[in-house]
Design a protein around this ligand. Structure first.
Ligand code: CDP
Ligand code: CDP
Length: 212
C-alpha cells in the first residue's frame, strides 16, 4: 500500500504521515526534508539559490544519511527549500529516489506537495491536508518556542503565506489537490483527531475496493 499525503506548510501532514505509517506498518518518507537538504547544502556552500545547474548537482549527490540533521528543520531552511524546489532540474533529480522509496515492500506513506499528483499518481490512498493559515502559523510558533527559539507569529504567518503562494504557483509540480485525493481540514482537530480522520479515509478506501 502507498499512501500519499500532500498539503501546505505546517498543515500537520508530516505528523499524520508518521502516525499512519506506524499504524499500518509502512515506511515513512517526509519528502520536504529532501528539498530542505538541498537548500541547506547550498546555503552552507554560499551558492545562489537560483543557480539551477549547481542546485541540480547538489540534488544528484545528496546523502540521505544527512536527512535527520536538526538544522534542516529551521524556518529559514524551509523558505530556501521552497525557492530551490521550484527549479525543474532539482525536482527531476529527486523523482527516482522518492519512487524507489515508495515502491519498496511493504509500502510507504510519503508526505509532501506533489506526491499524489506527480511522484505516486497511482497511490491507493491520497489525502490532501489543509488548515487555516493563522492556525498553521500558531502551530509553528508553539513548535519554535518549545525548542527554546524566539518566534514572531506575525512574521511566521507572512512567511507561510509567501511559501503557499510560491508552492501553488510554480510551473512544475505545484501544490494542488489531486482529483482523486480526499480533502481533510484539520484546523479544528488535534493530532489524535486528525490521525483518526485519516485512518477513517484509508479504511473507507479499502472497504470500497473490496466491494468492487
Ligand atoms: O514542513 P513544511 O510543510 O513547512 O515544509 P516541508 O514539507 O519540509 O517542505 C519545504 C519546502 O520544500 C516546501 O515549501 C516546498 O516548496 C518544497 N517541497 C516540494 O516542493 N515538494 C515536496 N514534495 C515537498 C516539499
Ligand atoms: O508536516 P507539516 O509541516 O505539514 O506539519 P507538522 O510538522 O506535522 O505539524 C506542524 C505542527 O503542528 C507540529 O508542531 C504539530 O504537532 C502541530 N499539529 C497540531 O497542533 N495539530 C494538528 N492537528 C496537527 C499538527
Amino acid at each position: 500500500m502507498i499512501i500519499a499525503i500532500d498539503g501546505p506548510a505546517a498543515s500537520g501532514k508530516g505528523t499524520m504521515a508518521k502516525r499512519l505509517a506506524a499504524h499500518y506498518g509502512l515506511r515513512h518518507l517526509d519528502t520536504g526534508v529532501i528539498y530542505r537538504a538541498v537548500a541547506h547544502a547550498m546555503l552552507a556552500a554560499g551558492i545562489d539559490l537560483k543557480d539551477e545547474a549547481r542546485a541540480a548537482e547538489v540534488a544528484m549527490t545528496l546523502d540521505p544519511s544527512t536527512f535527520d540533521n536538526p538544522a534542516l528543520r529551521s524556518h529559514d531552511v524551509g523558505s530556501a527549500a521552497s525557492v530551490v524546489s521550484a527549479l525543474p532540474r532539482v525536482r527531476e533529480a529527486l523523482v527516482a529516489f522518492q519512487r524507489q522509496f515508495a515502491s519498496a515492500p511493504p509500502g510507504a506513506v510519503l508526505d509532501g506537495r506533489d506526491i499524489g499528483t506527480v511522484i505516486c499518481p497511482d497511490a491507493e490512498v491520497k489525502i490532501y491536508v489543509v488548515a487555516d493559515p493563522r492556525i498553521r502559523a500558531h502551530r509553528r510558533t508553539l513548535e519554535a518556542r518549545s525548542r527554546g527559539e524566539p518566534a514572531d507569529e506575525a512574521a511566521i504567518l507572512a512567511d507561510i503565506l509567501a511559501r503557499d503562494e510560491r508552492d501553488q504557483n510554480r510551473a512544475v509540480a505545484p501544490l494542488k489537490q489531486a482529483p482523486d485525493a480526499y480533502l481533510l481540514d484539520n484546523s479544528h482537530l488535534d493530532i489524535e483527531g486528525g490521525v483518526r480522520a485519516a485512518i477513517d479515509i484509508v479504511e473507507a478506501v479499502r472497504a470500497g475496493r473490496q466491494r468492487v
